[in-house]
Ligand binder design. Sequence first.
Ligand SMILES: CC(C)(COP(=O)(O)OP(=O)(O)OC[C@H]1O[C@@H](n2cnc3c(N)ncnc32)[C@H](O)[C@@H]1OP(=O)(O)O)[C@@H](O)C(=O)NCCC(=O)NCCS
Length: 397
Amino acid sequence: METAWKAGLEDVIAARSGICQVDGERGKLYYRGYEIAELAGTLSFEDVTALLWHGEVPSAAESAAFAARLEAARGLPPAVGDLLRALPRDAHPLDALRTAVSLAATHDPDVRSNEPEANLRKAFRLMTLVPETVAAWQRIRTGRTPVTAPGAASHAAYFLELLEGRAPSPDVARVLDLVLTLHADHELNASTFATRVGVATLTDLHAAIVAAVATLKGPRHGGANEDVLAMLLEIGEPARAESYVESRLGARAGLSKHERGDPRVRVPGFGHRVYKVDDARARVLRGMAKSMAEATGRQKLFEVAEQVYDAMRARTSLPVNVDFFSAVVYDALGIPPDFCTSIFAVGRVAGWCAHALEQYADNRLIRPRADYIGAAPRPLVDQRRRTETSMASSSKS
Ligand SMILES: CC(C)(COP(=O)(O)OP(=O)(O)OC[C@H]1O[C@@H](n2cnc3c(N)ncnc32)[C@H](O)[C@@H]1OP(=O)(O)O)[C@@H](O)C(=O)NCCC(=O)NCCS
């Protein structure tokens, strides 16, 4: 029996999967054997999703059939719209999303079936539910009415039209398509692992995705995305970046290990459990961030990001991660900080569903062990007597 404990399950193999491979030493990422930099921009996000779910690049006919199923799943369930309108306007977008997925389960006709075709139907519905909810919540919380976009030509364009109320330019839709592909899957990241743990109990797909959204929210995971944009906006001027990084890293001196875990004394967008060097997604996003910032007149924020990047490079060996430059891209798309992680969810739901389908197809309950470090077995009666004696003596005094 394997009894060694690894903090945070570092490097522990917890599943066999044919979906995604991360090469942390070389900074490479593969979906079903294809390198991410080759896929992004070559295949549409819909085709990438089909690849993740079914294992092969779809043929033209398969691609059209997949896109048609996605389109057929469009339409925010009215109950979810009502729910969003009832939420406090300052609810975090991921809390709104998590609650919406949970409610959608109760209205889903297949919620009680884990048959492969039922799970596939639910996966298509979740693929559209996530962007629809994210966009509807953004409009509702900013005092606008949700809209529909029945004619949108692609998944990315659909989301952008739901968000803005008008069809995006082909260039902007293409940028989002790429971003979604780059975020679509990443092996056993925390939210995907949460999905697989849920699925392995044979709960329903919506329930597992609720666990995934809940897990994505944390600042160690997807939540870092919004922290990056908030940080870059706070820095504001490229000339302030170096001293900002210096003081944030400097604040760590003299802190305990536990205190150094506080996200406020880390620089979001840097560090990774698996990557030892900058990964391919970050390289693609850096190029996109530069051209998007130039196209939208937001160069200053990109310059701030570059200065933070250089300052981190000079002081640490932490690799930059996917959340760093994607925040600059989101800013150029007009997306506010607390909305960044929702876009992550719009892409990652493809990977969550891929892993869920794989887990359902070949399942065993995921039930690891704990290395028990508590008190040795001891009789309760002695403890009671001690408590009673000490209570009696303290009441006399
Ligand atoms: C991603 C992350 C959670 C990986 O964590 P991990 O593998 O568990 O690594 P640890 O948290 O054990 O960190 C190892 C050391 O590097 C430091 N470190 C890691 N990321 C850091 C960061 N972004 N800024 C400053 N120090 C960092 C830790 O404080 C720790 O140092 P210590 O032992 O002196 O306290 C971590 O790098 C992090 O918190 N990054 C910032 C948040 C982020 O960008 N998340 C998105 C991930 S895609």
